[in-house]
Every structure is written in structure tokens, then in C-alpha cells.
Design a protein around this ligand. Structure first.
Ligand SMILES: NC(=O)c1ccc[n+]([C@@H]2O[C@H](COP(=O)([O-])OP(=O)(O)OC[C@H]3O[C@@H](n4cnc5c(N)ncnc54)[C@H](O)[C@@H]3O)[C@@H](O)[C@H]2O)c1
Length: 253
């Protein structure tokens, strides 16, 4: 008996936080999942969890902002796991500072991972998707796209990803590929823990302060974002493209 066909998904920045939850959710949904992150050993822990739960996973170490590395990673996934049908551009970094203190290196680093990285990964993955006549690309934007003090670089990158998403939706739609963005609000991860540390606040206190500003009166969890990705990746979401879904516990941050 042959194995039932399992589509392959690539999740970038999947060694922890939102990306890890997305990888585990897509595996539970039936996708073979490439867990891509800077360090293969960190990605392997998530891939092992996926396999222990009965899924299929491959840990891939790559820097998404490096053209050769991004292309090699996508090729490796196609060879070892299957042609990528879903790409979740989730890898991200923050280099926060007020404009007058922001270095050009901190500007470039943030643009490099979020914008250049998403572009390189999407360009490499679309070749397989358009050939198959089916694909799903989901880009991680943020409520910071609407403006956030201390995040000129990150807000510009996250707003840029929204334009990128809509443009790819226009270009790839006729090939059966949808492209959407998710803009999370406050999600409990190492990224928000690092922000709390930077402003000198205890993480629990920081979360309580954030929750007080959120209509559903709690902060978000990685699973909240994974559920939204799961929807966009589905067969039945094929008529939804070029959208930005704010997953923020209310209409805005
Ligand atoms: N946590 C939040 O509140 C929040 C809110 C809005 C948007 N987001 C976005 O969601 C995504 C995930 O955030 P998170 O909170 O889980 O972050 P995180 O810091 O917990 O995890 C990010 C992961 O990306 C990886 N990564 C960074 N640079 C990379 C590169 N060049 N190549 C490959 N992997 C790389 C890191 O190693 C890490 O494992 C990011 O794009 C972030 O900007 C997060």
C-alpha cells in the first residue's frame, strides 16, 4: 500500500515561539513540516516533538536572509521531505531603539530577516507551488505595522510585508497559490520577554499591563497564531487571498 499523499510545509523561525506552535499545528493538520531556523540543533528539538506526536518533520538550519542558504534550504526540503506546498515566513528579530539612537546596522538587520528573508524564501518556494498548481504562503506581519514607538525598523518591515503579501497574491493567484498575512498583537514568546527585559519589567507584570489594554483581556499565545495559519493553509481557504488578519484580541493593538 502506498502512503497517502502528505503536503509539505516550511515554517521559518520555527525553533521556538510562534513558529514552533505553527509547525506543530500544521503537522497535526497532516502536513509534513520543515522546521527551519538559524541553528539546526534548536530546530531539531521541535522536529523531534512533531515526530513523537506521530507527525513527519525535518529540521533545517538556515539563515533566511542569506540568498544561497535560503535557496539551498528550500531545495533540501523538496528533496528530503517533498515539494513545498505551504510556506510560513515567520522568522523574525527585533532591534528596538528610538530613531535618534537606531544604528544603520539595526535597521539593515531587521529588514534583512523580515523583508529580504521572506522575499528569498517565497521566490524559492513559489517555483514548486506554481508547478503543482497549489500553494499557500503566509507572512507574519504585526500590529506594529500601524506604528510603534521604538520600532521604526520593525514597523517599516512589518508594514512592508503587507504590501509584499498583496502583491504576491496578485501575481500568484492564477497558479492556485494564495498569499495572506497575519498581524499578531502581544503574543507570549521569548521576543516579548526580551522586550520586557529591555524596559526593565518583570515578564508577568509586563503581560498584565498588556492584557489591560486588550479587549479580550488577555495576552495571546503562540497557538492563537497557529490556528489562524491553519485556516489559511486549508483547501477550503482557497478563495481568501491578499488579506491581513489581525490576531490581537481586538480590532487593534
Ligand atoms: N511575539 C509577539 O508578540 C509578536 C507579535 C507580532 C509579530 N510577531 C512576529 O512573529 C514572528 C515570530 O515571533 P516570536 O515571538 O515567536 O519570536 P521568537 O524570537 O520567539 O522566535 C523567532 C525565531 O526566528 C529565528 N530567526 C531569527 N532570525 C532568523 C534568520 N535570519 N533565519 C532563520 N531563522 C531566524 C530565531 O532563531 C527564533 O527561533 C516574528 O516574525 C515576529 O516579528 C511576534
Amino acid at each position: 500500500m502506498t502512503e497517502p499523499t502528505r503536503r509539505t510545509a516550511i515554517v521559518t523561525g520555527a525553533a521556538r515561539g510562534i513558529g514552533a506552535a505553527v509547525a506543530e499545528r500544521l503537522a497535526a493538520d497532516g502536513f509534513a513540516v520543515a522546521v527551519l531556523d538559524l541553528e539546526e540543533s534548536a530546530a531539531r528539538r521541535v522536529a523531534d516533538r512533531v515526530e513523537a506526536a506521530g507527525g513527519r518533520a525535518l529540521a533545517v538550519g538556515a539563515d533566511v536572509s542569506d540568498e544561497a542558504a535560503a535557496e539551498a534550504a528550500v531545495r533540501r526540503v523538496a528533496d528530503e521531505l517533498g515539494a513545498p506546498a505551504v510556506l510560513v515566513n515567520n522568522a523574525g528579530i527585533i532591534r528596538d531603539n528610538l530613531l535618534f539612537r537606531m544604528s544603520a546596522d539595526d535597521w539593515d538587520a531587521v529588514m534583512g530577516v523580515h523583508l529580504r528573508g521572506s522575499f528569498l524564501m517565497a521566490r524559492a518556494a513559489q517555483a514548486y507551488m506554481t508547478k503543482a498548481g497549489w500553494g499557500r504562503i503566509v507572512n507574519l506581519s504585526s500590529t506594529s505595522a500601524l506604528g510603534n514607538r521604538g520600532q521604526a525598523n520593525y514597523a517599516a518591515a512589518k508594514a512592508g510585508l503587507q504590501g509584499f503579501t498583496k502583491t504576491l497574491a496578485l501575481e500568484l493567484g492564477k497558479f492556485g497559490v494564495t498569499v495572506n498575512a497575519i498581524a499578531p498583537g502581544f503574543i507570549e514568546t521569548e521576543m516579548t520577554a526580551a522586550t520586557a527585559a529591555r524596559v526593565g519589567m518583570d515578564f508577568e507584570e509586563f503581560k498584565r499591563a498588556a492584557a489591560a489594554q486588550i479587549p479580550v483581556a488577555r495576552t495571546g499565545r503562540p497557538e492563537d497564531i497557529a490556528a489562524a495559519v491553519s485556516f489559511f493553509a486549508r483547501e477550503e481557504a482557497g478563495f481568501v487571498s491578499g488579506q491581513v488578519l489581525y490576531v490581537a484580541g481586538g480590532p487593534k493593538a
